[in-house]
Ligand binder design. Structure first.
Ligand code: ATP
Ligand code: MG
Length: 447
């Protein structure tokens, strides 16, 4: 019998249900991840107890019943939430995204059969062991994502499942079973009816997966349906010795090369989107894409809007795209200026964007880009050790000091502070109070 290691608190929740006479199994992602030898993010439990019965079972426990209408009671133990859900089926999906109604059922089998993929449709409890009615374990072993039941019908019920399928394939580097893949190609336009917030979650996980490159390469139809801004990039010949690949293949490789965070991978996905729109060919037949970063920013802005990205992520993505092809100079002074301009976090990301971009060009060995980035980051670290002054905040004088010198309150204060910062960053003045006050007197023409 396949054993699963259930953490103490999840086991307590299941035991409580069983002691009250109900069935209880761990189900879905936690079973899948356990069998893969990965640590599950959370433990979902399913049961034949109905919502009102679950409430009775967990009376006196800390529970939250926001999802109770859909059969979910959240039980909180030591600040850790466990979702306990009544066996249910999802009824009809007239809008391809929400079941019109959920109905509670008494059989685990029915609950498992509404789940999207075989690897997600397994349950486990200590009495029965693994409950695997659709060959999930075999698909895990063979590393394939396969729909439970008829893929066309399952995607018609809920179009998001197509993107979830690509996401799981990307994260686990699994193949997508043939019929499932065919249905995704055939039905992906139904994704147009899925809420942007749900798309964003799955798309970001897809982009951050270890197999993102393979999925982007095999499903340009789905990606460019979601992000039509990228459509002109697919197969677009750059006609330059600086690039080995067309714009889409280059994009794919830069996504794969960048560290797996939503911000970085979305940046890489969109960084060259403007290229085809500004493309020119000179008399020598060499292609150029002057000013493409600016156009990429505009296109990326539309994408961020559509995906309803939060402002902080959006602004960072746009900043990184805007500067993705501006050269980064080494040297302490240049780095100090970059810190001033971007701040430490964004500068580190920008270096990563440049590294990934270089690595994806396919003309020089990727180790060169790695080495360039490692050296730059090393220089940045040693510079930061010295606590350099690169912002008004770290300047040894402030506005009040300048007013005390006799500079009148007003815009002049800010101008003088900025001029002082420039001098410090240029190495013309040390960041010491007396030196700065002298320089300020000079700048303000004070005696
Ligand atoms: P993750 O590790 O990312 O949380 P997960 O498999 O737990 O992956 P969830 O979105 O948390 O994914 O969903 C939990 C379970 O619910 C899934 O394993 C699957 O069985 C089922 N499920 C989720 N979304 C759908 C869907 N759109 N259609 C059918 N079943 C779904
Ligand atoms: Mg989950």
């Amino acid at each position: 019998m396949t054993e699963l290691r259930i953490p103490g608190n999840a086991a307590r929740v299941m035991r409580r249900l069983r002691e009250a006479g109900w069935e209880a199994s761990a189900v879905g992602g936690c079973v899948r991840d356990s069998l893969l030898g990965r640590a599950p993010k959370d433990w979902d439990i399913c049961t034949n107890a109905r919502p009102e019965e679950m409430r009775r079972v967990f009376e006196g426990w800390h529970t939250v019943d926001t999802g109770l209408k859909h059969g979910t009671l959240t039980v909180v133990l030591d600040h850790e939430p466990f979702e306990v859900t009544t066996y249910r089926t999802d009824g009809v999906y007239t809008d391809h995204r929400h079941p019109d109604a959920v109905s509670f059922v008494s059989e685990l089998r029915e609950d498992l059969s509404r789940r999207d993929f075989t690897v997600n449709a397994m349950a486990w409890n200590p009495e029965d062991g693994l409950i695997d009615l659709f060959g999930g374990q075999e698909d895990l072993r063979r590393q394939v994502i396969r729909c439970v039941g008829d893929p066309m019908a399952r995607f018609e019920e809920d179009a998001l499942r197509m993107l979830r399928g690509l996401r799981f394939a990307s994260v686990y580097r699994f193949a997508i079973e043939e019929e499932t893949a065919r249905a995704i190609h055939a039905k992906h336009r139904d994704l147009g009816r899925v809420a942007a917030e749900r798309i964003r979650v799955e798309l970001s996980k897809l982009l951050c997966g270890a197999g993102a490159e393979d999925i982007l390469r095999a499903y340009p139809d789905v990606i460019t349906f979601l992000l039509p801004e990228l459509a002109p990039c697919v197969g677009f010949d750059q006609r330059t010795p600086y690039h080995r690949w067309d714009v889409w293949e280059h994009t794919i490789r830069t996504v794969g090369a960048a560290a797996p965070t939503e911000t970085l991978r979305l940046t890489m996905l969109l960084h060259d989107s403007g290229k085809p729109r500004v493309f020119t060919v000179d008399e020598q037949g060499i292609g150029h894409a002057y000013g493409h970063a600016k156009v990429s920013v505009q296109l990326a802005e539309a994408v961020c809007e559509r995906l309803r990205l939060d402002t902080a992520t959006r602004d960072r993505v746009l900043l990184l795209i805007a500067h993705h092809d501006a050269p980064i100079q080494p040297g302490e002074q240049a780095l100090t200026r970059l810190l001033n301009r971007f701040g430490e976090e964004a500068l580190r990301q920008l270096i990563e964007v440049h590294r990934a971009d270089e690595a994806g060009k396919g003309v020089r060995p990727p180790e060169e880009a790695d080495q360039w980035a490692a050296e730059l980051l090393g220089a940045l670290d040693s510079l930061l050790q010295k606590q350099p002054c690169f912002s008004l905040r770290s300047l040894a004088v402030n506005g009040r000091d300048l007013m005390a010198l006799g500079i009148p309150k007003g815009p002049r204060i800010g101008e003088v502070l900025q001029a002082l910062l420039e001098r410090v960053m240029a190495g013309e003045t040390g960041n010491q109070r007396e030196q700065l006050l002298d320089a300020a007197r000079q700048l303000a023409h004070l005696p």
